[in-house]
Design a protein around this ligand. Sequence first.
Ligand code: NAI
Length: 427
Amino acid sequence: MADYPPISEQLDDLESARVEGHRKMDWARQHMPIMTTIQEEFVADKPLSGQRIGMAMHVEAKTAVLVETLAEGGAEVAVTGCNPLSTHDDVSAALDEHPNITCYAKRGVDDEGYYEAIESVIDLEPTITVDDGMDMVAAIHEDHPELIETVVGGCEETTTGVHRLRAMDADGALDYPVFAVNDTPMKRLFDNVHGTGESSLATIAMTTNLSWAGKNVVVGGYGYCGKGVAKKAAGQNANVIVTEVEPRRALEAHMEGYDVMPMAEAAEVGDVFITTTGNRDVITGEHFEVMKDGVLLANAGHFDVEVNLNELADLAVAERDARDGVHEYEMKDGRRLNVIAEGRLVNLAAPIALGHPVEVMDQSFGVQSVCVREMVENGEQYDAGVHDVPDELDKEIAEIKLDADGVEFDSLTDEQEEYLGSWQHGT
Ligand code: NAI
């Protein structure tokens, strides 16, 4: 048995934390029509009765609505964070108050506490796992393989988690089915693009109190997140420079009108650097050596490996916190390089970070909820491995959202359906 305690046993002023946590959740819920609809269905039908759900997610207000929805669906839920800096303790405390939820997430835990909390979640012996980054799946496979037999399946929220799962699957090491929630249109085209773009830029601006206008903003990686960051930065009158390693993505950025160049060149001209690659060592010592005085360095990828902070610390002659969430490294020639949120995903880990806009997470967590329901109802139909989310589930979420927003759209006539399904109609 792990002995890492729930958040309620860790906070001094538990009552006021809970009040504030509930206030944040109320605000999120008010702007989550998809989750409200699903929660009503789950309360009425209890589709998750008898399930034990183990989760490692960013514990803040929107995620809390997901956790609550799964609990209201009849499951017993244990949850912890998926990043040591993204937890809101007040929300964590409010969640832990729910009779079917135990919440272990605490902001600022050290590595040991982070992994002990995951162990405490695993004590629940989950039948379903919900991950953001795959740490829960990894811990179960590596340290508790005896539990796999009773796991029905899992859901993975982010690109990095899906990459890790696919690598595990390719090695034949993934022993239960997991939905790649990240890869659905309703998640990736909105959350990764608009969510990461808006919230990363907003967080950097609020953390530094600096403007985007006229700045050279270097976006490392032009995938879904990079596209969002580039688009929103351009919309704030920045000059966007993209670095890439994939030729078609580099070409796409070029055709969008952005400057594309290697990081070695971008390092010399950039004012703000935002990495969104899911890869390590995108910005390293050779780049720090040539950067301008005063640059801002931020990462929006899942892990804190994109900006090599060890190499930066080795080059620095002095370090200090220039502001809350901004750590300044002084080079021996006097240049100052500023790292935001310790190089952890900036839109969730900076002190004032709130993560993605509520509406965006309503969609992502809508998909999560119906994927958990699908795993519970039809889990036996899925072999061990990574699975695409069935398209009808993704469409179900889009339809709820359009309905909530009062947007009507067309449907195919029978003749159109027949035409689209036929190979015989030529010129
Ligand atoms: P993606 O796979 O669509 O894009 C990543 C891009 O980075 C690819 O085009 C790839 O070619 C490029 N890349 C890889 N190594 C590179 C290098 N050394 N230099 C330049 N480019 C390089 O992935 P997506 O969906 O954009 O996700 C990126 C990361 O962001 C992942 O770690 C994901 O988990 C995370 N993420 C973060 C969110 C947040 O809230 N901050 C939200 C969603 C995803």
